[in-house]
Design a protein around this ligand. Structure first.
Ligand SMILES: Cc1ncc(COP(=O)(O)O)c(C=O)c1O
Length: 393
């Protein structure tokens, strides 16, 4: 019997159709060895061209951590944006710097927004010519003063991450008063304080997080100005969401909102940076996996696939729920509820529960939609299981 991928209307709404079609024809045309992450290069280009477009005086810096595959970096580096420029890149570590160096990205298009950097990375970044760094502690000012003398610094603010599926607020960021103290300290240590940054939380579907963040940023600009420190750089971080199992705010809706807020609070004399990761690559990627086993345990039906929490779907344990499409001979009516688990021996390796799918056979393909971001970059080879390769279609 011929097997097909049954896509019901709820799933059809979650998927980027051009990406799904490309992946299905890739599966048809080649002997696919799973697990593999297939990326629709055209969708990545379309995403990066859109981001920052509706915010005045804004430059997008791709957050390399979302997917640092060298092919992805080359593709982004080669993409001409609507205004004829190329995107920038945000990095946090030596490994991310190395991949940009390998792709030949000039240092003038690289910023570092990790507030606490390793010394080895900092030395290498300075050596390469990177001049923009974030920070949120006095210790980091001392470090930057020694290893990156005179560099441009922007202070990370702490802001609420409510409504973001992957909150990032607790580890980094300071309140407004402390931010101003840190900017003064930067001046005393010979650094060049240029502005502020924040992160509303990844997969943010609460548009008001940007209101609070921009109010706080304005306060810092004002208070620093009164101390003679003129700021002009507003780095609004990442956070734009992609569709996993629910509809999300459209990027142009978010950006028009942010643009109006910035116009009200800052007027024209601010240069804006945005650091999207998930929204550039998330919905451009589909993880192609296959079924390795099935089991009935008490009253649960378990379905095992060759990608799991350790080798690609780590975000599933932190609240991200994916949409799955399964290869089957059955009709969409006969769905069963599955516990979906990965290939390792660890019982932590459970990707999702109550997943409604037609019953596949061992060897059948399971597609994990919107899997382009924070999958390969989080993956480990725990249990000797390989990390999926990335192919750009
Ligand atoms: C400093 C910084 N910038 C940008 C990003 C990218 O965020 P997102 O993928 O939500 O756009 C992150 C994500 O962790 C981050 O830590």
């Amino acid at each position: 019997m011929v097997k097909t991928f049954k896509i019901d209307s709820a799933k059809a709404k979650m998927v980027d159709k051009s990406t799904l079609l490309k992946v299905l024809s890739y599966i048809d045309s080649s002997e696919v060895r799973t697990p593999v992450l297939a990326i629709n290069g055209e969708k990545v280009r379309a995403n990066i061209s859109l981001i920052g477009h509706n915010i005045r005086n804004c430059k997008a810096y791709y957050a390399v951590k979302a997917n640092p595959d060298i092919g992805m970096i080359r593709l982004l580096n080669d993409t001409l944006l609507r205004d004829g420029s190329r995107c920038g890149f945000e990095i946090s570590s030596m490994g991310e710097l190395k991949v940009l160096m390998e792709a030949g990205v000039e240092p003038s298009r690289i910023i570092c927004s990790n507030p606490v950097k390793t010394l080895a990375f900092l030395r290498e970044a300075v050596d390469y010519g990177v001049t923009y760094y974030s920070y949120d502690s006095a210790t980091e000012v001392d470090k930057l003063a020694v290893y990156a003398p005179g560099c441009n610094v922007y202070v990370r603010l702490s802001i609420p991450n409510e409504g973001s599926e992957w909150p990032l607020s607790k580890k980094f960021g300071v309140e407004v008063d402390d931010a101003v103290i840190l900017l003064e300290k930067a001046v005393q240590k010979g650094l060049n304080p240029v502005g502020v940054t924040f992160h509303v939380g990844s997969q943010c579907n609460n548009i008001y997080n940007w209101n609070i963040a921009l109010d706080k940023a304005r306060l810092v600009f004002d208070m620093a100005g009164r101390k003679g420190i003129e700021l002009s750089f507003l780095n609004i971080g990442g956070g734009y969401p992609v569709k996993y199992t629910k509809s999300v705010l459209a990027i142009d809706t978010i950006e028009k909102h942010i643009n109006a807020l910035i116009a009200e609070r800052f007027g024209d004399d601010v240069s804006v940076a945005v650091e999207p990761g998930r929204a550039v690559v998330g919905d451009a990627g589909i993880m192609i996996s296959s079924v390795t086993g099935k089991a009935d345990r008490l009253d649960e039906k378990w379905l095992y696939i060759d990608v799991g929490v350790f080798n690609g779907l780590m975000e599933s344990v932190g609240g991200i729920r994916y949409t799955y499409i399964v290869e089957t001979t059955q009709h969409t009516g006969n769905k069963k509820s599955w516990v979906l688990a990965g290939p390792s021996c660890d019982s932590f390796d459970v990707i999702d529960k109550n997943v409604e799918l037609n019953e596949p056979e061992v060897g059948d393909i399971v597609l994990v939609l919107s899997a382009g971001a924070y999958t390969i970059s989080y993956a480990s080879e725990f249990n000797g299981i390989t990390i999926p390769k990335t192919v750009i279609l």
